[in-house]
Design a protein around this ligand. Structure first.
Ligand code: GH3
Ligand code: MG
Ligand code: MG
Ligand code: MG
Length: 314
């Protein structure tokens, strides 16, 4: 829920139950864990870690919606765990509430300065704890929604340019770490100005949506990213895919579009909508040369246009 961007063009089924909010309790004392667990177990999904390190690991693999965090724990204390969460882009938006028996104004200040949203002292009142957690979960859900809207292209529902740029940097680092290749497809609709001239701008918008949907259907792996790069241009980022795989994907996209045969009477290339594709693949190194990857894919796209459109160059 935290990082997924769901598309406005894919409404949830009306009957799908809301997932339960996911709470992580991090505390070294079984009795403390038990008392918090009892408050939330009926209507939350509760995860438990008995050390800060275990908590960090759980946040990395399965990020919760909110963390209730003890301060005094052996090896790493709660304040340090909170600082680490706040310094990592992937976990910094998870709200942290400190729950401690050693509360005093100085400790509370340190907790809030470490990035916590709230500070609860023991002994606590269960109803108050529930209400506070609910408030922070609501604010988190609103912030998630705003964040996802800021990264979605309003017309097509796929990622926007801003999301593409951020993902390119993140996937570069990820592929470098795993010594995996990173592939990029740049896709441009052929003679799209003429399409608008023939069918009108609104039909042009419909066509853009159809192509965005087709790209999402063809590139279904969780880490593949389909983005609207600009006007009638899409960029697809495929982590872990080599040149052979990327060319295969590009061909399957082109074939799927031919199968749809969206009429385009004024195209100089074919009586239906076609696209040109530029493919580039790199092995990400320590230097962030993502600009070069985009430039290479762009050059290949230009070549595909020059050679007659409705084709793939890479
Ligand atoms: P080429 O085959 O060389 O790519 O030709 P083209 O006509 O597709 O390329 P050009 O860059 O000349 O024109 C792009 C067109 O895409 C012009 C613009 O009106 C249209 N376009 C860009 N964004 C949108 C949009 O959001 N909706 C619609 N309907 N059209 C758009
Ligand atoms: Mg403790
Ligand atoms: Mg273009
Ligand atoms: Mg075009």
């Amino acid at each position: 829920m935290t990082s997924d961007i769901s598309s406005p063009s894919e409404p949830q089924a009306a009957s799908a139950p809301e997932p339960l909010p996911r709470l992580l309790i991090v505390d070294d004392e079984p009795t403390n864990i038990q008392s918090l667990y009892e408050i939330f177990r009926s209507d939350h999904e509760v995860f438990i870690a008995t050390s800060a390190l275990q908590g960090l690991e759980m946040c990395d693999t399965n990020p919760p919606d909110l963390i209730m965090l003890d301060i005094v724990m052996p090896s790493m204390n709660g304040l340090e765990m909170c600082r680490q969460l706040k310094s990592d882009q992937r976990t910094r938006d998870i709200p942290v509430i400190f729950v401690t028996a050693y509360g005093n104004p100085e400790e509370e200040t340190r907790g809030l300065e470490a990035g916590a949203v709230d500070f609860i002292m023991k002994p606590f009142n269960s109803a108050v704890v529930r209400a506070r957690v609910q408030t922070h979960l609501t604010m988190k859900a609103q912030a998630d929604l705003l964040r996802s809207m800021a990264f979605i292209d309003g017309l097509t529902g796929v990622a926007n340019r801003r999301r593409f740029d951020e993902s390119l940097e993140a996937e570069w680092r990820q592929c470098r770490r795993h010594r995996a290749p990173l592939a990029l497809l740049m896709i441009d609709i052929d003679h799209f100005k003429k399409y608008n001239d023939s069918y009108g701008h609104q039909e042009g918008d419909v066509c853009l949506r159809k192509i965005a949907t087709l790209l999402r259907e063809e590139l279904g792996r969780p880490h593949d990213l389909v983005a609207r790069y600009g006007g009638e241009e899409f960029a697809c980022l495929l982590p872990g895919v080599d040149m052979e795989g990327a060319m295969y994907k590009a061909q399957s996209i082109l074939t799927a579009l031919h199968r749809q045969a969206i009429p385009h009477v004024s195209s100089e290339t074919a009586p239906f909508v076609t696209i040109s594709l530029g493919v580039a693949v790199t092995s990400p190194g320590p230097e962030p040369r993502h600009g070069q990857l985009v430039a290479t894919a762009d050059t290949q796209l230009y070549k595909a246009k020059q050679q007659g459109r409705n084709r793939i160059c890479g």
